[in-house]
Design a protein around this ligand. Structure first.
Ligand code: NAP
Length: 221
């Protein structure tokens, strides 16, 4: 059994992706800051027949994130799929003229250092396995910067560049790197932006393996 590690595993998209990949036979490593919540989600998935475990890490603490991924692989099996999708903090979304260098520390740690740390922790295992998928999930500001959300706009753009570089560099090794941009909000019941629909989209990106950037909905959503 191989593992999907979901970094930023909460009740919305994280839980839906856990169910979707769990149904396909993946073990699921749920990584977030609150151990009680990830344990509760793992228990709920377990009752549905999915092998899942919670692991604690703040993506802004590189050592903790690396340790969580290594511990998850030891406990559940090698990480074949890595999804980076923690929900950004509201403080990262300030108007551009009110955003100074210090205000960018959080967004950059969260959206750039975190993914780089996670990829470097998971990549050796994927290479050993001979295959892998890395899924980046972003909001629309990754593509169209928003003047009221400067931190996430700047940091998502940097994450997009990192992902695109990985996509081009790792393709020859059988490791597919892809980005799902979700314009607008995740809305239960929405035909394209419901969590379970988005999880189906992410499963397709993993299984069909073409191109880097994909959109969950029209950009003006
Ligand atoms: N929600 C939306 O409307 C929306 C819209 C467009 C794009 N997106 C994208 O969708 C993804 C999130 O999906 P979702 O909103 O449904 O969230 P979710 O999967 O329900 O939960 C995400 C989890 O991220 C965790 N998290 C936040 N900060 C973290 C940190 N510093 N370190 C580790 N974990 C952290 C939180 O758990 P803890 O508090 O326990 O750490 C939270 O439960 C993100 O990639 C986001 O960019 C969301």
């Amino acid at each position: 059994m191989t593992t999907i590690a979901i970094i930023g595993a909460g009740p919305g998209l994280g839980a839906a992706v856990a169910r979707r990949f769990g149904r396909e036979g993946f073990a699921v490593a749920l990584i977030a800051r609150d151990q009680e919540r990830t344990d509760a989600l793992a228990a709920a998935l377990g009752r549905e027949g999915i092998t899942a475990r919670g692991f604690t890490a703040d993506v802004r603490v590189p050592r903790a994130l690396t340790d969580a991924l290594h511990t998850a692989a030891d406990a559940l099996g090698p990480i074949e799929v890595l999804q980076y999708s923690p929900i950004p903090h509201r403080d990262f979304m300030r108007p551009v003229l009110e955003t100074g260098p210090d205000d960018l520390t959080g967004p950059i740690e969260f959206s750039v250092y975190g993914p780089v740390t996670a990829v470097r922790a998971a990549l050796p295992g994927m290479r050993e396995l001979g295959r892998g998928t890395i899924l980046f999930v972003n909001g629309g500001t990754a593509v169209v910067p928003h003047p009221e959300r400067a931190g996430t706009s700047i940091a998502f753009a940097a994450q997009s560049a990192y992902g695109h570089l990985l996509h081009d560099t790792l393709a020859a090794d059988g490791i597919h790197v892809t980005q799902l941009v979700i314009p607008g909000a995740i809305v239960p019941g929405h035909p394209r932006r419901d969590p379970a629909v988005l999880a189906d989209t992410l499963w397709s990106l993993h299984s069909e393996r073409h191109g880097f950037r994909h959109f969950a909905d029209d950009l003006e959503a």
